[in-house]
Ligand binder design. Sequence first.
Ligand SMILES: [Zn+2]
Length: 242
Amino acid sequence: MTEMTPEKAAQLRAPFAPEQIGKLPKPTKRDNEKGKCSVCGGYHGLPAVHLDYVGHAATTDRLLQVDPDWTWAPMAYGEDGLPKLDAHGGLWIWLTVCGIQRPGYGDSTAGKGMKELIGDAIRNAAMRFGVALDLWAKEDLSPKEEPEQESERKPERQRSTSQRRRREREAAEEHDDWHPNPAQLRRFHAIRNEHGISETEAKTLMSKLVGKHSTRELTKAEYDSMCDAMEHWSTEPGDGDE
Ligand SMILES: [Zn+2]
């Protein structure tokens, strides 16, 4: 078996070649009118920002290069023996690379088929190994659904400046200034208790899933994925069957 070494970890995290990086359009608002995009050539809501991303094929290629024996498994199986989706239609998996197992989640944005869910979950888990991490970090800073009202009818140049400012502000909220408030901490522990998760187990999960050691250090996205992960705890992550 290939073992995780600092060299392997660095290979996983190595930057991708420009031709392996795709452009993912994110309309600034869900109901933006669709049109032909001059940036990516696609047909989607405009205006939009474009995020760099590494697709399933390039991610798989990277995993194979680093560890030909990499593998993944769903966290839960249904009665028919097939991977079981969560209540939101998402797929939780364990990804094993160089003997190390980390969780990943494929989210069920409208109408995604199983193959896309699997690809999504693998990309998400691979990110926990550092694969395309720099690009994911940018994706986390993407604009949310409601842009500032004042940016609505401004010329293109001013609009993109205000979009950039908003991204910067959201980045600050997301990564520095945001901390779970007391109600959110209560919710966190309520979910934990409800699913019979001990504090130690929650800490282990937190360090595996987001690399943090205290709920107070969580960003909004990390807080959300922890709550999600705990809500699915009853599905018994397949840690013990090695
Ligand atoms: Zn585009």
